[in-house]
Design a protein around this ligand. Structure first.
Ligand code: WTA
Length: 649
């Protein structure tokens, strides 16, 4: 081992973990040398209606048609619910903890099964069939989980939307996915405030109707806060009333392994967000396998992934992974420090959480809280701590390990993406020593490759673009409605490889250190935002002619957005316009996407062919004026000096 800071696997864990070092080695070799039997053996984790005889996979060339376990049939909701009814019907499948500290609810596997069946019957009675898309726009409430599993039960494809999205984003996703039914809520709660969800959904639906795209036939409204909201007769229905009178048995649809399970929208470097499509068996297997081995799942575990259901982390590690494994999953409605610091730590004690999974941005902000809030709790129930969404800086890692976990719990830094369905690179806690800041080593069957500037794979210690060489079951199969874009986005940069859009370094021990995005995707607090999307949002403001958006380092959020904006001729700058423009972007995309810095300018640094030089804008925004590099290729190099001057003032 190199002399980086190393945290070795504790002997007790090495002895008891699902996967110790020798088993990890065996699995890795088996996957590489004998992939068919290896993957078929893994597939036995799932309950099949008809077990597959084929593993499959597929190569990354030409049209890139990936398919796994293609001759198998199953139902994802059966795997999360029915199969646990024989042994643990009365055990808790889900703990809902409300923002109000006194509001919580434990839902057993039997109850969750019943809730899912009732909603599945409601959906069927509203004409939803296999393959139809059903969208949700909900806060962190039990109905969000029920909706996903009810879709899975009848073979409908769920399209879960983050409750922080604004109306234009909702409209875009509804339109692109062709969803025919929407499940939303009157309002959500956040930090003592209320989010007007039904109102935002209504705006989105009105926008669709105005465009002649009124495909959403029904809207189910969950009463979360109970406040009165407008209901359109014939379209809008009260969720609770429908579910109450529905039958509580619903036979699951038998789905082919490759039938679509879900579409989830995520940002890329160009264009509007893309609908990443995951299919039934491969995705579910990947969520279940990775949750079990990366968090060393044990019977009776209470697993808390703090991600919103609207992101892939919520899909895989709040819902599908833990429930498929028969664990208890915790769904928390609130925020880390509300109504007072230490809220998360109190919930860990209250619900005896054993696996805790969150993002570096949250860890960094919690480090700044008064330490007495942490010290007032025990956290003795914790066994494994996880991190996801962005690179974790060693300082935050050490605090998480030492202060939150008391030096007892391994920290698993997990690298993956919406497109990978589940974790790809992470230390198996009983097998792999950890180095703070490194996601460490690929999971068995995952084959990362670093590609250099010349497009060739690099050997040994190296830094390059992070690619994957072989298909894995959790891989996204396509972009909804646009397979060419899928091939173009992921498989055309380096033929024969899946390109992640991230950069990484591999050290002498074969450990991976993710360095961040190498494309125009910006990662703000673990949320992916495409610069093109933010620029389009600026462009929809009357006063804006052109803009360029870049990501700059931020102490807590990892990155924040800086925008350089050219106003239209005649649109005079006025006091407060910068803030108004930032607010406008927040209203278009959601508050999380509002830039921290807006600079009005007369010109942008462009090459002679008109390409904006974002690299230079980043340096200007961070004040690294000595490191601007070569500006001689700019059409007008004086722009740079003018911008620097402007930011000085
Ligand atoms: C980043 C979230 C460093 C990365 C699961 C990736 C990470 C993007 C890590 C995917 C990590 C995720 N270390 N960077 N452990 N995990 N990322 O699709 O840039 O929302 O490409 O999926 O987050 O974000 P997404």
């Amino acid at each position: 081992m190199s002399d980086d800071m190393i945290f070795h696997v504790k002997p007790a864990l090495a002895a008891s973990a699902h996967v110790n070092a020798s088993r990890a080695g065996l699995m890795g070799n088996h996957a590489l040398n004998d992939p068919e039997p290896f993957w078929l053996e893994q597939a036995r984790r799932l309950d099949w209606e008809r077990a597959p005889q084929l593993a499959g996979g597929g190569g990354f060339g030409g049209d890139t048609r990936v398919s796994w376990f293609a001759d198998g049939t199953l139902n994802a909701s059966v795997n999360c619910l029915d199969r646990h009814l024989a042994d643990r019907a009365a055990e808790t499948a889900l703990i809902w903890q409300g923002e109000d500290e006194d509001a919580s609810r434990r839902v057993s596997f039997r109850e969750l099964h019943e809730d899912v069946c009732r909603l599945a019957n409601v959906l069927k009675s509203l004409g939803i069939e296999r393959g139809d898309r059903v969208a949700t726009y909900l806060p962190m409430v039990v109905e969000g989980v029920v909706a996903m599993l009810a879709c899975a039960r009848i073979g409908a494809v769920h399209v879960v939307m983050f409750a922080g999205l604004a109306a234009p984003g909702i409209a875009g996703r509804l339109r692109d996915s062709g969803a025919v039914l929407l499940i939303t809520a009157d309002e959500g709660r956040r930090g003592g405030k209320r989010l007007p969800l039904k109102a935002a959904a209504d705006m989105a639906l009105a926008e669709l109707e105005a465009d002649g795209a009124g495909q959403v036939r029904s809207v189910l409204v969950v009463a979360v806060t109970g406040s009165a909201v407008p209901m359109r007769p014939g379209r809008d229905r009260d969720y609770a009333a429908l579910v109450r009178s529905a039958d509580r048995a619903c036979a699951p649809e038998v789905m082919a392994a490759e039938d679509p399970l879900l579409i989830l929208y995520t940002s890329g470097s160009t264009g509007a967000p893309k609908g990443v499509l995951h299919t039934t068996a491969g995705y579910l297997l990947w969520a279940s396998l990775t949750q079990a081995i990366v968090f060393d799942h044990r019977p009776g575990d209470v697993f808390w992934c703090t991600a919103d259901l609207g992101w892939v982390t919520g899909h895989s590690y709040v819902v599908y992974g833990p429930l498929a494994n028969g664990g208890t999953t915790l769904l928390f409605e609130g925020t880390p420090s509300w109504p007072s610091p230490g809220r998360w730590w109190r919930e860990i004690d209250r619900h005896q959480v054993s696996g805790f999974y969150t993002a570096p941005t949250a860890i960094r902000s919690l480090m700044r809280d008064d330490p007495s809030a942490l010290d007032a709790t025990s956290r003795q129930s914790l066994r494994v701590l996880g991190s996801v969404g962005e690179p974790i800086n060693p300082e935050a890692w050490l605090w998480y390990y030492g202060r939150v976990g008391g030096g007892r719990c391994p920290v698993v830094d997990t690298w993956w993406q919406t497109e990978t369905g589940g974790i790809m690179i992470a230390p198996l806690p009983g097998a792999v020593a950890q180095k703070p800041g490194s996601a460490t080593r690929p999971l068995p069957g995952v084959c990362p490759v670093l590609v250099g500037g010349d497009g060739q794979p690099l050997e040994g210690e190296a830094e390059g673009h992070l690619c994957l060489e072989r298909s894995w079951p959790g891989q996204a199969r396509t972009i909804w409605g646009d397979h060419d874009r899928y091939v173009q986005t992921y498989f055309s940069t380096y033929p024969g490889y899946y390109f992640s859009g991230d950069g990484a370094r591999r050290d002498a021990d074969g450990y991976y250190w993710i360095t961040g995005r190498v494309d125009d995707v910006i990662n703000v607090s673990g949320h992916r935002i495409g610069s093109a999307e933010v620029e389009a949002a600026f462009g929809s403001h009357d006063a804006v002619a052109e803009s360029a958006v870049v990501g700059i380092p931020h102490d807590i959020k990892g990155q924040s957005l800086a925008a350089f904006v050219i106003l239209k001729a005649g649109a005079a700058g006025r006091p407060g316009l910068e803030a108004e423009l930032a607010r406008h972007v927040g209203q278009e995309l959601g508050r999380y996407a509002a830039p921290d810095l807006v600079v009005l300018t007369d010109d942008l640094p462009k090459t002679r062919s008109g390409k904006i030089m974002r690299r230079i804008l980043r340096k200007i925004a961070t004040g690294e004026h000595d490191e601007l590099g070569d500006v001689s290729t700019l059409a007008d190099p004086t722009v740079v000096g003018a911008l620097i001057e402007k930011l000085r003032r």
